[in-house]
Design a protein around this ligand. Structure first.
Ligand code: SME
Length: 165
């Protein structure tokens, strides 16, 4: 699969695709304030851009529960509905407020296997314009080591431009 090969091996090409994607997302969402619409659009456009992305979506902070995430808009196979802060990769991102780059999910303590095909993932915390955590963006791949710093930095940029404005 030539496309996936390029994604994984040519960071410059990948960065260019992210730059184009970030501009497209901003253009599509221009003037749309609804947060669910914004999350659904980001999940869909990420999934459509990179073949190696197997699951893309959001776990949102549940306002009615203490330190718990609930599944939001996503593309992919059935995801777990709820994840407590501190559990798995998403819970670690929510609890720490830090991006989690995981080349091998099986080596991550407490990883939650919603789908056994998931091999690597990156999870980025999502903050609003006041700096409050509102969600995490979870991107999973069925390939080991599918994500690097280029993915982490661009996904952070996309969520900042989309939700902290
Ligand atoms: N991989 C996540 C769980 C969510 S799903 O894979 C969709 C985690 O360990 O946080």
């Amino acid at each position: 699969m030539a496309e996936a090969f390029n994604e994984l091996t040519l960071p410059a090409a990948k960065a260019e695709r992210y730059a184009a994607l970030a501009a497209e997302i901003a253009a599509v969402l221009d003037g749309e304030p609804n947060r669910t619409a914004r999350m659904a659009t980001v999940a869909s456009m990420l999934a459509a851009t990179f073949d190696a992305f197997f699951w893309t979506g959001f776990y949102v902070v549940d306002p009615d529960k203490e330190r718990e995430l609930v599944v939001g808009p996503y593309q992919g196979t059935l995801g777990c509905l709820r994840i407590a802060f501190g559990r798995g990769v998403c819970g670690a991102a929510a609890a720490s407020g830090q991006t989690q780059l995981v080349p091998d999910v099986h080596a991550f303590p407490g990883h939650i296997a919603c789908d056994g095909r998931s091999q690597s993932e990156v999870v980025v915390p999502v903050f609003d314009s006041a700096g409050a955590l509102i969600a995490v963006l979870d991107v999973d791949s069925d390939q080991l080591g599918a994500f690097d710093e280029v993915d982490a930095r661009w996904l952070e940029e996309i969520v900042r431009n989309t939700f902290a404005v």
